[in-house]
Design a protein around this ligand. Sequence first.
Ligand code: PMP
Ligand code: GLU
Length: 384
Amino acid sequence: MVSKRLMDVPESGTVAIANLVSQLKHDGVEIISFSMGEPDFDTPGHIKEACARSLNGGFTHYTPSTGIPDLRKAIAEKTARDNKIKCTAKNVLVTPTKHALFMIALAYLDPGDEVILPDPAWVSYDAVIRLAGAKPVYVPTKFEDNFCMSADMMAAAITKDTKMVMLNSPSNPTGSVMHRDTLKGIADLCIDKDIRVMSDEIYEDIIYEGEHISIGSFDGMFDRTLTLSGLSKSYAMTGWRLGWMVAPEKDIAAVNKLQTHSITCCTSFVQEAAVEALRGTQEPKKKMVAEFRKRRNLALDLIRDIKGVECNSPEGAFYLFPRYNRNISSDDLAVYLMRDAHVAITPGRSFGPSGEGCFRLSYATSEDNIIAGIENIRKSLLKL
Ligand code: PMP
Ligand code: GLU
């Protein structure tokens, strides 16, 4: 029998669909996948070469648990420059982004604590909150508002037990970007009500309109904000498992305690390659984002062309989150599209109750796949 904690938590909906697609492909079934949220590009060559140099040079042992000094410095420099967060290397913990989230939940949440989540939100926030014995409190957002949570909406969900709010801009699954005024309103509210912020900014570089704003950069916010980011999306490095948390030194110490008892440190030679990713040429990233922009426009035009399907134009990340007007749950729709259209999407419901009636389509795939896959979706939806 597994623990009650675990029983309460479903498997990751995003990873489950991706696993199923891999299995089907392995069995020879042709599936066009819009499921997995990861760039389809190869990791840039200069980063791979730095990794090979490190490996061949024998850098293959444990590193300090907080990360190698050079990488902590490179991350701090990037965060101060791009995110406008005043920090130094001492404010950086090198850790896979998803692991950071897990450790944050264990480090700061007790049973009975409440965490505010804009709904829909990426699947793993709900899971880590529950695994820590705390309670996710959903703030329903609307399609018409680009699925963004305002400070007023958040204020209505605050109770005496509210400990934290989890933000994610640009957002997975909606691609929405939180604007300066909205973030400022939320920051003021958090200061007023003494609420900690976990800000997941892993899609910070994949942005098409407007600008990426880090809530930790506002006056008075650094002390209460845990900012997460990483290499997975910006540098097409999902398999390398490297990210980071930027936070006050006391929070680095608290979360690092968990790191010393779990993964110990990130992979040594991956950390040296990460220095190259951050300090070397940023041209491949720019090219990748330009390509994603083209694909977004293409996918958006095609999906909006389907009768009874509406979609906001996402300002960032690489997801569309269309709403459909058929009488079928998003879970059943995903199964139907897999069988009938040979297309994989992620059900909107996986991301929270407000995601019902929508589905997530990751357009991090080729233009040919986008054209063929959305045409298949169109034909299958017309039959419903
Ligand atoms: N946050 C968000 C919003 C994500 O979409 C993902 C998915 N990769 C992660 C965190 C986790 O990133 P990583 O795989 O680099 O741990
Ligand atoms: N974040 C990606 C997604 O949403 C990868 C899977 C996961 O970690 O959830 O598809």
